[in-house]
Design a protein around this ligand. Structure first.
Ligand code: NZQ
Ligand code: ZN
Length: 393
């Protein structure tokens, strides 16, 4: 078991009508003039955006609006937000949306007080001294950004998608009303569940397998998401199932399922190149990569894959054939992905064959020009990345 620090300072306000508390919460965390940051259509269409803005104004909080965040949020929108916050003297950023909006808010929050280019942080050239406070009203359970320390931004100059982690970026509060997720289309619902399950699996596939409590928590999250996704696909307004998924998304990525373990993140890193290059939905991209990653690495620790197969995917344990059991777990995961409408390879994700040149470019980016490895369950060198992309094509 590894030593660890568990830091999850976000105040979670969960349940029906929880957005009613938004003005009090903003004031509690020092906000007077708020940038309300949002995406394309959904928050406007549902009336949530108007409701939040009205509640803030009634509570004596000034509001500045900036919408238009797209999935795989762009650096140019972040820059627009930084300029606007400076011009308006904004002192708090409230994201109304999902991971893309929250990540864009986090990037703006560290960019406003910084005199250089905010992209420096994502390139690892600098670290921010401070952030404006960030909070969110979550509308899609998926990325876990509502409690995580990470943000992922795409620089349109070269379609480079990079993440940056900093404890100061963890939202001050997260308002989560499962009713607000009833409008999610099936594809986004399924991609969200795939992403949150992967946040747990990236921590679960490890060689530090002596932390029973963390493993049991991880398996409970995975089993619950696996069951509840079918309930919400059958009935999008199933409050109980939507609520399990919404809380599951936060638990999956607030580090609780990683305490005492090292984590891998190779599937995420390989996927970021796919969503960066093809503007694919992140969760669906993970489903397209994971089976190939799993088959490429499972021999590094067969017993871990057997445990996953048996405890999560309900595969009978054939004690005479551990490798067979491990592989059946991977096949069961593929069947699950297909059952919820997710792809299991790149062709299914992007609807066409990926070329060798595109794979080479993704390997170049994922290995930071050939300099970096990815993952820890099996350390991946550029040739491993290429092999996995080719298996997944
Ligand atoms: O833009 P609008 O119209 O709001 O539509 C959004 C968007 O098209 C829609 N949506 C959101 N809430 C809805 C809704 N539609 C109907 N009803 C609602 N209630 O859903 C679409 C996807 O939204 P997005 O925010 O992009 O989804 P998600 O939360 O999956 O975020 C994905 C981004 O998060 C990054 C990903 O790489 C990707 O860029 N990640 C961030 C992480 C973090 N900060 O810790 C970790 C993750 O691993 C991930 O990498
Ligand atoms: Zn993810």
């Amino acid at each position: 078991m590894k030593d660890f620090v568990y830091y999850a300072p976000t105040e979670v306000v969960f349940g029906k009508e929880s957005e009613e508390q938004v003005a009090d919460l903003v004031k509690k965390y020092g906000g007077h003039k708020v940038l309300v940051h949002f995406g394309g259509q959904s928050a406007k269409k549902s009336g949530l955006l108007d409701k939040v803005c009205n509640l803030l104004k009634q509570g004596g909080v000034d509001v500045v609006l900036l919408g238009g965040v797209v999935p795989n949020p762009r650096l140019s929108k972040v820059q627009e937000g930084i300029d606007l916050c400076r011009k308006e003297g904004v002192d708090f950023i409230l994201a109304v949306g999902g991971g893309s909006v929250i990540d864009s808010a986090k990037a703006i929050a560290c960019g406003v007080p910084y005199s250089g280019n905010v992209w420096d942080f994502y390139l690892g050239k600098a670290d921010p001294e401070c952030y404006l406070p960030v909070a969110c009203v979550l509308t899609i359970p998926a990325a876990g950004s509502e409690m995580s320390d990470a943000s992922v931004i795409t620089n349109e100059d070269g379609d480079v998608k990079l993440g940056y982690s900093n404890a100061m970026s963890r939202p001050k509060f997260a308002i989560m009303n499962p009713v607000r997720t009833f409008t999610l289309p099936p594809y986004q619902t399924a991609a969200g569940v795939t992403d949150m399950m992967m946040h747990t699996m990236e921590r679960y596939f490890t060689h530090d397998d002596d932390m029973d409590l963390t493993d049991a928590l991880a398996e409970a999250v995975l089993r619950s998401m696996k069951e509840n996704v079918f309930k919400v696909l059958a009935d999008p307004c199933d409050y109980r199932a939507r609520a399990q998924i919404m809380w599951g998304g936060s638990v999956a990525h607030n580090d609780l399922t990683g305490c005492g373990l090292s984590s891998d993140w190779a599937t995420h890193e390989l996927e970021h190149e796919l969503s960066g290059m093809f503007d694919a939905t992140h969760g669906a991209g993970l489903a397209a990569i994971w089976p190939s990653w799993a088959r490429y690495v499972y021999k590094e620790n067969v017993s871990r894959f057997v445990r996953f197969a048996v405890n999560v995917m309900d595969v009978p344990n054939d004690f005479t054939d551990p490798e067979g059991t491990a592989l059946k777990g991977i096949e069961a995961m593929e069947r699950f992905y297909h059952a919820i409408g997710m792809p299991v390879n790149i062709h299914e994700l992007i609807g066409k064959d990926i070329t060798d040149a595109e794979i080479k470019e993704m390997v170049r980016k994922c290995s930071r020009g050939g300099e970096a490895t990815q993952g820890s369950f099996k350390v991946l060198y550029p040739e491993d990345m290429e092999a996995i992309y080719k298996m997944a094509r």
